[in-house]
Design a protein around this ligand. Structure first.
Ligand SMILES: Nc1nc2c(c(=O)[nH]1)N[C@H]1C(S)=C(S)[C@@H](COP(=O)(O)O)O[C@H]1N2
Ligand SMILES: [Mo]
Length: 247
């Protein structure tokens, strides 16, 4: 909250014409961050209301954040990347975008960051509170520039579960929501493998299975029909889990 308030204040200062710090490069970048955040907020508002997932205090953080579903990725490529500290990991952003992107981990960490302490709720009946850090998805989408035809965001993962590729998806409201981030850190440390190293989605207003781990590709689409089983996610395709898993 503090960071966002600062960004908003920084943006306001810029708009009222305080040009001295406004000339510096770092300030321009901060203002960019503020603008992006506003854009995301306005889209998420969609008419005047935004719901935020509850955020918690450091003291509330669970001592151990368990892994669930896939706890690693069973490929040689993943093991090699893990051995290299994931320095070679790439996140592709493509589909219905004006600018396809290939982001490195350094690129991800160079974007404006958001840190949030939230509670993860799994349908299987457990919860855990963790502190997640990463760029807002809205920042990444701003760089990729979804076309007007883009209606949904698909998250492709490196792992298979029971022989099928894991994936998830969300609508543009959730994609631009301020708490939707591509997390590279949990509790101030690089993501553990069991929790989706090196990149996992946090989609805080929805249940655990929406938070895709081991992210490799973000694809903008106009329909989910042609994506895997067509129902928008691994569990949606096979177990009748809701596509919109609002908490
Ligand atoms: N790629 C991938 N993402 C996934 C899963 C998975 O098996 N593979 N499991 C989901 C489920 S059901 C939950 S509850 C959370 C668990 O996250 P955690 O392992 O960090 O606890 O990840 C979700 N994202
Ligand atoms: Mo879950």
């Amino acid at each position: 909250m503090r960071r966002r308030n600062f960004l908003v204040a920084a943006g306001a200062t810029f708009l009222t014409g305080c040009s001295k710090i406004g000339d510096t490069e770092w300030f321009a970048k901060l203002v960019d961050g503020a603008e992006n955040w506003h854009r995301g907020l306005h889209r998420a508002l969609g008419g005047g209301r935004i719901t935020m997932a509850p955020e918690y205090e450091i003291a509330d953080i669970s001592p151990f954040f368990r892994g669930n579903g896939s706890q690693s990725v069973d490929t040689d490529a993943y093991r090699a990347s893990e051995a290299a500290g994931f320095a070679d990991w790439q996140l592709t952003v493509d589909g219905l975008v004006a600018n396809s992107l290939t982001l490195s981990m350094d690129d991800i960490r160079a974007l404006p960051q958001r840190t949030q302490i939230t509670r993860h709720d799994c349908v299987e009946g457990w919860s855990a509170i963790g502190q997640w850090t990463g760029p807002q998805l809205s920042q990444i989408l701003l760089a990729a520039q979804p076309t007007d035809a883009a209606k949904l965001v698909v998250f492709h993962c490196a792992d298979t579960l029971g022989g099928s590729q894991y994936y998830e998806s969300c609508d543009m409201d959730d994609a631009y929501h301020p708490q939707t981030i591509v997390a590279h850190a949990l509790n101030g440390e690089p993501l553990p493998v069991r929790n989706g190293a090196p990149l996992r989605l946090r989609l805080e207003r929805q249940l655990g299975y929406k938070h895709a781990k081991y992210l490799t590709r973000i694809e903008l689409v106009d329909s989910l029909d042609a994506i895997y089983g067509g129902l928008g996610g691994y569990w949606e395709d096979r177990s009748g889990y809701q596509w919109y898993a609002g908490i």
